[in-house]
Structures are given as structure tokens and as C-alpha cells.
Design a protein around this ligand. Structure first.
Ligand SMILES: Cc1cc2nc3c(=O)[nH]c(=O)nc-3n(C[C@H](O)[C@H](O)[C@H](O)COP(=O)(O)OP(=O)(O)OC[C@H]3O[C@@H](n4cnc5c(N)ncnc54)[C@H](O)[C@@H]3O)c2cc1C
Length: 778
């Protein structure tokens, strides 16, 4: 095998992420893992955005998110770097998930197993448990589409939206959450309780699309969690991960303007003066604010100031943080105090934009799950009330304290008797603070509202429609607010950005064409994107193979080290990029590198089993990597893809016995021969008198390859038609090399068997017909 000249790589691309909320942190980690040099900027002195920690004397308060659902999204971030989230931060189960306290004095504990919730519902409203069960089943259907299929997929093309319309109609997404819940539950207290989920992402249950009912199932599937040490401990652990992985973090830095050159974002201007240039800029900030205030209007066609003003914004939040000198052990971790009114309150917040006298409250008491969240003998809380955003004419300097007093009275009369006498720490935030501290438009708690006409394609796109190299993650973009939403938005950004080092597809393709005539010929039938990905994958594997073959051991070792330590590497970053785009697993690359590393030692196999293991490592893995690019989704197909790779490798070995021996390598298993053979014997004419023995071994190898080709053949049905034709053709061309050798074994003793173009072309119609009409082969 001849070596191609290794490509020289330009410097890694640079990325600026503005905003260190969960979305920004996740984006920074994901881009870094793709190989970008990443700088994360935030105007606040601490990481976390809305999830930062406020401190007051001995009291610490998580400022924002407290209900952690879909914890796997955090686990994934650590796994990107081969780490375990549990080694950094522990997640504790919360039970019950919530306690609802109704205005009539009744309670409902929600959480635990389905049976527990049904029993609670039946206690409150006999016979309604059945309706709840149906609601959960319906929310599972919504979850399958809304979360599993769409939450981490880009929605930047209208076609993607159109394709989802039938499913969205079938799932009744035209109904509001409250209307959908009302179809399953009759008791108004239950209807209200099970409609609150939109409030968690800034929406009005009366007009938020029922797609958000998926949160019911999200909670059922993964439960509700709380990090030991608070949400701040999760932020801190991600901070450590960023430090370890080389993300450059700069806090207390306000970005004032996006730099633009010829329609491209080229960096940002900082408030303290100075510029930061970068190849791409990702904002985890409120998109309406970014467009309005940081991108000059002359650069905007779609997101004009007028359009931004016309959008509907999520509610504002009043949050009172307080510590007490005594403990309230009977209060649950998450309590929702439902006011007397529901529709009226929501109207006041969203439509009339006035402050209500009858507030519904969410009370957070983290010490219920983790006693360390309050000083000994004390307690720490926050209480949150949805209020109108700053479109309402409220003077928060005055209204803030008024509401605090109102809330204190409400809590004193219900859950926290004697509160006034034991307050040790007390401060609050209002929409004014959200506007100033987090740069949100209108001080909204969750960016634009999650209504249907502002969701998916209609929401701010993750890749800017206005400027090249500008991206968005976080609450204002698809899929939306809430921790799972913003973590998913970072996955979308990762899918949309270009590879960090400007790739040279022509050079990848050149290597592909010149080194793999068979495959590159067949792959001309593939759609362009898939063909490029295959060429890129081929380039990566071929480069590694060359390093393994021709003394590039040091290169190979460095690559393997970087793969094991999850640090950037010019070649493997390209593989990581393909992984993001095509969902290729990490295991085949690990196995490929292990197998190639093993090749650095003298290659000698005693048994056929050892040979197969090796072939699995260096070639079966390539079938494995290629499958997702070819559109194979069925896990059962994997074995056949791997077997086809093994078959081709066995053919290669049989064809290249002479060339390999010249490099001191023998792949024939010793058990195929009467006694061990040396490379010198193999390179001599007539194999030093052992011609018959070697030819018989070669024949055995090719028979073995046949067994694997047959398995590969039975996997063809898993491939989409077009790919089936390509792979069948490529496999046939390879297989015919073996047949050629078998026909004239002594002719190919030292000469390389090559199948001519005409023969290759003749095979095509047969492969085409067999792929179209598989029964023809029977
Ligand atoms: C009180 C509260 C309770 C919540 N509870 C929950 C919950 O229990 N569960 C849940 O899942 N979700 C909850 N949420 C929602 C969730 O917290 C948010 O949707 C999510 O954390 C937002 O993350 P983000 O990535 O969009 O960024 P944010 O957290 O909004 O952070 C963005 C950061 O960017 C910074 N920034 C903006 N502009 C600039 C600029 N020009 N220059 C520099 N920096 C800038 C901001 O200051 C901020 O620090 C809650 C939210 C709040 C407010």
C-alpha cells in the first residue's frame, strides 16, 4: 500500500460564545470537542446565567433552575470528554416531584411511580386516575415526536417544518396545553395543576401549544433531580470540565456589538473597549436583544426592530430569596401554591399586563432534598411569582417591595407560619433585574413566548438568517427555554457549524479517488453530501492506515493519545465532526486505533480467530462507521456491515500477500500452513518451494472471505435502495478480485490482481437489478 502525502492543516478555527448560561456552556464544550479554540464571554461575574448562585452571608441561593429533568443531557457533556458526570456532581432524586397546594386547602403530591400519582389523583377526585393515565399515554406520543425526533434537530429550513405538519396535527398541537389536559381531566384543580408546565418555560397554559405536554412524559421517563450542592454545583462542575478541556472563560465582559464584514460576523466589540475576532460567534443571549441592540439594522432583513417589537414575550418573574433562622421540615422541595383564580391571573399577566392580587407561587426549599443547602438549624428558600414583563407599565422600584410583602403574607398564612419573625436574609429580583443583569428584552424571564407561531421554524433560528458565521443557542431559539431545551439547542449548534479547520473536500476526494478506485467509482451514485462524508471518512482512515503502515508510528501514537484523552487533534477532529453530523459511534474509532496500534508490533497470527479479530478492528470498524452515513438505522444491520468490512479485508490480505511480506508483514494465520513461514520465503519466487502450501492457504482465506460476503449480502436489505446499489456494486467488484485469484492462483503469486474497468462496468446492471428485485437472486 503506497502512502499519500499527509495534508498540512491550517490553524484551528476560533469560536466566541457569548453568554455563559447552560446553553452557552454546552455550546462551548461541544465546539471545543469539535476542535475549535473557544472563548466563552459573559457580562456577569459568575458562570451559569440564570442558573448562577446568589450569596448572602451564610445563605446560598440557586438563582434560577431548580427542577432538573432529562439528566442524560448533562451526562452527554461529560461523556464528550470521556468523563462521568457522577465523578463531578451527584444528582439526587426529588420526591415528590411537586406538591400542589390548592386554594381550598387540599394538597396533591405529584411524582414517584405512575401508581402513586394515580392514587393521589383518585384521592382528590375519585375516578380521575384513568384520565391521567390517558394523558400520560398521549404525552408519550407527543414526546416521541417533540422531544426524541425534533428537540435537537435544526429547524432552519421551512421544508423541515412542513414535513412535521401531519404529525403535529395528529398530536393536536393546535390545542393549548390547558385544552388538551381538559380532554383527559374534569376536576378544575387537576386541570390547572397538570397545565402548569408551560409556565416553566415562560408560556401561558391557555395559549401555549400542547406540544409542551411532552414535559409530562419527560418527567415520567427520567424523573426529577437535584444536584447535591444545588444547581450551582452543576454549573461549577461544568466550569471544571471547561477548564480541563481548554475552553477559555472570560467573565464580567459585556459584548456591545457584533462586528460584520461582507455579510459575515467576524467577532464582537467589548464594552470596556477592544474587539475579539473569531471565525464564528455563538450567542447564548436573548436573540431579540442581540439583533436589536448588537447588530446594526442595515445588516438585518428579517429581524427588523419592528418585527422584534411585534413578537410575543414570555412573562416576567418576581423572585424573592430568603433565609430563615429556623427550619420548616414539613415543606417539600418544590411546592406550587395555586391561587384562587387561574384564567384570570394568566389574563392579568399576559394580556392586561397588570399585577394581580391573587398570585400563584412556586416555593423552592432545597434543604428538603439536600440539608447542606441551608446553614444548620436554618432554612433557605426562593419563591417565584409570574408577573407581567416590562411591556406592562409597572414601576418595579415600588412594586417589588409591595409584592414581597404580599407574598410574605401569603406564605405566612399557609406554609411558613411565623416567617416574619425568623427572616435572616432577604432580597428579590424583578423584571428590571432580568433586563439589566441578563440583557433580556423587556425583562422577560424566558425570552420570546413558546406559542405555536413562535416555535420551531418560526422561532429564532440557531443559524442566523441575517449573517454568516452567526449562531444562536439558549432559551430564545429552537427548541426553547428550560434546561433540557437550552442543552438541546447547543447540540443543534454543533450540527450546524462548519468543521473547525477549513476542510479541503477536493483533496479528500482526490485521495479517495486515487487510493480506492472501487469505492470511489461506486460512490458516484451517492447523494453529494453522503459522498463527501464517505470521502472524508476514507481520508481519515487512510491517513491513519498510512501512519500505521509506514513508520508514521509517532503520528499514530499522538492520534491515539489524543483520542483517549479527548483532546483536539487535527485529523480526529474531522472524525468528531462526522460523528456529530451522522451519528457515528466512538467505539469503532477506538477499535480501529487499537488494531492499528497493535500493527506497530510484528504482525503474526497463529489462528484464523486472531486474523478475524484483527480484520474486525481495521476493516469491520469501517463498515460500522460507514453505516450511519449510508442511512442505516436498524441496529441489526450492524453485524452485516462489519462482516462486509471483514470480507473485504480478507480479500485485500489474499491479494497483497507479496507486497505485505516485502514490508515484513504476514497476515496468513500460521495454522493455515504446515510450519511458520518467513517474509523472506514469501517474497522469493515460488515462495521458496512452498508455493502449493501458500496457494492453498490463500484459497482458504478467500473461502473464508466468501462466508463474510454472504453475511454482508444478507445485510443489503437494511440499506436504502440507492445505497444498496452502491454497496452491492462495490462488494461485487471486491469479491471479483478474490474470484480472479482463485481462477489463476499461480498467476497472482507475485502480481497484484486487478479487475478491469469493463468488467466493473458490466457488473453494474446486475447489481442494479438485484437491488431493485432482490427475489431475482433466489
Ligand atoms: C427563576 C427561574 C427558574 C427557573 N426554573 C427552571 C427549572 O426549574 N427547570 C428548568 O429546566 N428551567 C428553569 N428555568 C429556565 C432556565 O433556567 C432557562 O431557560 C435557562 O437556564 C436559560 O439558559 P440560557 O442558555 O438560555 O442562558 P441564560 O441563563 O439566559 O444565560 C445567558 C447569559 O448571557 C449573558 N449575556 C447576555 N447578553 C450578553 C452580552 N451582550 N454580553 C455578555 N453576556 C451577555 C447573560 O447575562 C447571561 O448570563 C428557570 C428560569 C428562571 C429565571
Amino acid at each position: 500500500m503506497s502512502v499519500h502525502k499527509s495534508k498540512s492543516y491550517p490553524n484551528p478555527a476560533t469560536a466566541l460564545v457569548v453568554g455563559a448560561g447552560f446553553g452557552g456552556i454546552a455550546s462551548a464544550l461541544r465546539l471545543r470537542r469539535l476542535g475549535y479554540e473557544v472563548t466563552l464571554l459573559d457580562n456577569n461575574p459568575k458562570l451559569g446565567g440564570r442558573a448562577q448562585v446568589y450569596e448572602d452571608g451564610p445563605f446560598k441561593f440557586d438563582a434560577g433552575p431548580t427542577v432538573i429533568t432529562a439528566p442524560f443531557l448533562f451526562d452527554e457533556l461529560f461523556a464528550l470528554y470521556g468523563k462521568k458526570r457522577s465523578d463531578y456532581v451527584e444528582l439526587m432524586r426529588v420526591e415528590p416531584w411537586y406538591r400542589f397546594e390548592f386554594a381550598d386547602g387540599e394538597k396533591l403530591d405529584y411524582g414517584g411511580g405512575l401508581e402513586d400519582t394515580i392514587a393521589e389523583i383518585n384521592r382528590l377526585s375519585p375516578g380521575e386516575g384513568k384520565g391521567y393515565e390517558k394523558l400520560v399515554l398521549f404525552s408519550k406520543r407527543i414526546f416521541r415526536v417533540g422531544f426524541e425526533k425534533l428537540a435537537d434537530q435544526p429547524f432552519h429550513q421551512f421544508g423541515i417544518m412542513l414535513r412535521q405538519v401531519p404529525a403535529l396535527i395528529a398530536l393536536k398541537s393546535y390545542l393549548s396545553v390547558y385544552s388538551l389536559v381538559g380532554k383527559f381531566l374534569k376536576d378544575d384543580r387537576l386541570r390547572r395543576a397538570f397545565s402548569i408546565h408551560p409556565l416553566l418555560v415562560g408560556g401561558n397554559p391557555l395559549n401555549t401549544t400542547s406540544i409542551y405536554c411532552l414535559i409530562h412524559y419527560l418527567e415520567r421517563k427520567w424523573g426529577v433531580w437535584f444536584p447535591r450542592g444545588g444547581t450551582g454545583a452543576m454549573v461549577e462542575s461544568l466550569g471544571r470540565l471547561m477548564e480541563e478541556s481548554g475552553v477559555n472563560v472570560r467573565l464580567g465582559v459585556q459584548v456591545d456589538k457584533v462586528l460584520v464584514d461582507s455579510g459575515k460576523a467576524t467577532g464582537v466589540c467589548l464594552n470596556g473597549g477592544g474587539e475579539e475576532k473569531a471565525d464564528l460567534v455563538v450567542f447564548d443571549a436573548d436573540p431579540p436583544k442581540v439583533y436589536r441592540d448588537l447588530v446594526e439594522e442595515k445588516h438585518r432583513k428579517k429581524w427588523t426592530n419592528r418585527r422584534i417589537n411585534r413578537l410575543s414575550y414570555s412573562m416576567g418573574l418576581f423572585v424573592w430569596y430568603f433565609g430563615t433562622s429556623r427550619s420548616y421540615p414539613e415543606v417539600q422541595h418544590h411546592t406550587i401554591l395555586m391561587g384562587d383564580t387561574f384564567a384570570e391571573l394568566l389574563k392579568e399577566i399576559y394580556d392586561q399586563k397588570v399585577l394581580s392580587d391573587d398570585l400563584s407561587l412556586y416555593l423552592h426549599r432545597p434543604a428538603a432534598t439536600d440539608p447542606s443547602m441551608a446553614p444548620e438549624g436554618c432554612d433557605a428558600f426562593y419563591v417565584l411569582a409570574p408577573v407581567p414583563n416590562k411591556r406592562a407599565k409597572v414601576d418595579w422600584k415600588e412594586a417589588g417591595e409591595k409584592i414581597r410583602v404580599q407574598v410574605q403574607a401569603q406564605l405566612e398564612g399557609t406554609l411558613l407560619p411565623g416567617l416574619g419573625e425568623c427572616l435572616e436574609s432577604s432580597f428579590f429580583v424583578t423584571p428590571d433585574d432580568f433586563q439589566k443583569r441578563f440583557n433580556t428584552h423587556l425583562g422577560s424571564g424566558f425570552s420570546i413566548a413558546p406559542i405555536f407561531r413562535q416555535s420551531a421554524w418560526f422561532r429564532f433560528h440557531n443559524r442566523s438568517e441575517e449573517l454568516e458565521n452567526l449562531y444562536f443557542c439558549g432559551a430564545g431559539t429552537h427548541p426553547g427555554a428550560g434546561v433540557p431545551g437550552v442543552l438541546s439547542s447547543a447540540k443543534i449548534v454543533e450540527k450546524l457549524v462548519p468543521p473547525p479547520r477549513s476542510l479541503d473536500p477536493d483533496s479528500d476526494f482526490e485521495v479517495f479517488r486515487s487510493k480506492s478506485k472501487t469505492f470511489s467509482l461506486a460512490s458516484f451514485l451517492l447523494p453529494r453530501k453522503r459522498m463527501q462524508a464517505i470521502a472524508q471518512l476514507y481520508f481519515i482512515c487512510r491517513t491513519l492506515d498510512d501512519w500505521a503502515d509506514d513508520g508514521g508510528g509517532d503520528h499514530l501514537k499522538k492520534a491515539f493519545d489524543s483520542w483517549r484523552s479527548h483532546t483536539p487533534h487535527p485529523l480526529l477532529d474531522q472524525y468528531r465532526f462526522l460523528q456529530t453530523h451522522w451519528g457515528i459511534a466512538s467505539e469503532p474509532m477506538t477499535e480501529l486505533l487499537e488494531a492499528m496500534d497493535g500493527e506497530q508490533e510484528q504482525v503474526r497470527f497463529k489462528t484464523e480467530e486472531e486474523l478475524i479479530k484483527y480484520s474486525h478492528g481495521v476493516a469491520g470498524t469501517i463498515g460500522w462507521m460507514t453505516s450511519p452515513i449510508l442511512g442505516v438505522t436498524d441496529a441489526k444491520a450492524l453485524k452485516h456491515a462489519i462482516d462486509l468490512g471483514i470480507a473485504m479485508q480478507l480479500t485485500n490480505i489474499a491479494r497483497d500477500i507479496f507486497e505485505d511480506a516485502e514490508r515484513g508483514r504476514i497476515y496468513l494465520p500460521a495454522e493455515y500452513l504446515k510450519s511458520p513461514i518467513t517474509p523472506k520465503e514469501l517474497t522469493e519466487k515460488g515462495h521458496a518451494g512452498r508455493l502449493d502450501e501458500v496457494l492453498a492457504a490463500k484459497g482458504r482465506l478467500l473461502d473464508l472471505a466468501e462466508v463474510y460476503y454472504l453475511s454482508g449480502e444478507s445485510g443489503m436489505s437494511y440499506l436504502p435502495l440507492r445505497m444498496r446499489i452502491v454497496i452491492r456494486w462495490a462488494a461485487s467488484m471486491y469479491r471479483s478480485i478474490g474470484l480472479l485469484i482463485k481462477e489463476k492462483p499461480s498467476h497472482f503469486e507475485r502480481e497484484r490482481a486487478v479487475v478491469g474497468w469493463v468488467k466493473k462496468a458490466v457488473m453494474f446492471p446486475r447489481c442494479f437489478l438485484l437491488s431493485l428485485f432482490p427475489w431475482l437472486s433466489k
